[in-house]
Design a protein around this ligand. Structure first.
Ligand code: MRU
Length: 347
């Protein structure tokens, strides 16, 4: 398996390069991003998407704001970079990794003693976030692989793969690591209406690696679970509060179905996705535009004037989650976040 690089800093460019995920699977194109406006557009359009990748993009975004900032006085520099950082932070509300990545790099800018030190520290921190993300995904993969039987079929939703991270993936990282350990894993990828991250992205990256993947429509999941064809459901997460796991719309439905049929429902996510001081009620679920549901290519599916609701995420209550697979090991709800963070596991 050859690692897919999703987004990275290009020293020569002085900016970020990323795969435009809106074009997959028809076209593999790398975007050169050298302004905050372009980055914000990319995040809003889901050219860059997936919680860990958004954390990395947030970090690189602040490094980019610092690199581009023309101010020579340090207080004016910090003010401008902080303003740009807020634009990146606010570009999508649900995945906590985005604000986590922004805040982590911004803290380095604000703690520096001058402009030049702040620029260097910002870039070094952003690169560290990207490198950590890769290590986290491999560690999550290793812990998760141990939970899977030697031969199994795993259902997943949306894309929690290399494209949603720096590389390797969280939920798909578990599958990759299980295969690397010699297990035989087949994947059922739910297409994930309306933006089809499962059909377009999960199927693309698994097929590229020669991993056995079959796509179903979201509404087929219950039937396929009922007929005994699924051994485990594994999804990623955009935010994990004390009481719920936020992930792509449709995840809750799979969790209910999996529990009804006695199938383990696992969440694979790094600790940067935890927001353990908050509760489900405190989290904003992104609602997106009508056109994502009303149009398929050039075809209009809905009569004029008929409204839609387009929730991008949902919340799965913790009692439906069999376990959460993190880079520090597996936790079973109800869990103690402080104990998890304090674990000495290296990754
Ligand atoms: O709207 P998206 O494509 O950014 O949503 C992504 C998901 O819901 C993923 O499952 C989640 O971010 C976990 S990615 C490892």
């Amino acid at each position: 398996m050859k690692d897919i690089a999703t987004l990275w800093w290009d020293d020569e460019l002085g900016g970020i390069r990323f795969i435009d995920q809106t074009l997959l699977p028809e076209k593999y194109a790398i975007v050169r991003c050298t302004t905050i406006d372009r980055l914000v557009t990319a995040i809003k359009r889901l050219e860059v998407r997936g919680a860990p990748a958004l954390g990395v993009a947030g970090g690189y975004g602040v490094a980019l704001a610092a690199a581009n900032c023309p101010e020579s006085s340090y207080p004016a520099f910090v003010k401008k970079v902080t303003r740009d950082a807020l634009l990146v932070h606010e570009s999508r509300p649900t995945a906590v990794n985005l604000s986590w990545g922004v805040d982590r790099v911004l803290a380095r800018v604000q703690a520096a003693s001058g402009v030049s030190e702040a620029k260097d520290a910002a870039l070094a921190e952003a690169k560290a976030i990207a490198a950590e993300d890769t290590r986290c995904c491999h560690a999550i993969g290793g812990f998760g692989a141990d939970l899977l039987p030697d031969e199994c079929t795993v259902l997943t939703h949306c894309n929690a793969g290399a494209l949603a991270c720096s590389t390797w993936g969280t939920a798909l990282g578990v599958i990759r690591s299980a295969l690397a350990a010699g297990k035989k894993v087949n994947v059922i990828a739910c297409e994930t209406r309306p933006l089809l991250q499962g059909a377009r992205l999960t199927a693309w990256e698994l097929a590229r690696d020669g991993i056995d993947v079959t796509v179903i429509t979201d509404s087929m999941a219950a039937h396929i679970m009922r007929t005994g064809k699924i051994d485990a459901v594994i999804v990623g997460a955009d935010r994990i509060t004390k009481d719920a796991v936020f992930n792509k719309i449709g995840t809750y439905m799979h969790a209910v179905c999996a529990n009804y049929h006695g199938i383990p429902f696992y969440v694979a996510a790094p600790i940067s996705t935890f927001d353990a001081t908050r509760l489900e009620k405190d989290v904003i679920i992104e609602e997106r535009g009508r056109e994502e549901i009303a149009l398929v290519g050039n075809r209009t599916l809905l009569p004029d004037g008929v409204p839609v609701r387009n929730f991008a995420f949902d919340a799965t209550p913790m009692d439906l989650v069999r376990a959460i697979i993190t880079e520090k090991g597996v936790v079973v709800p109800p869990f103690d976040i402080n104990e998890l963070v304090a674990r000495s596991t290296t990754y």
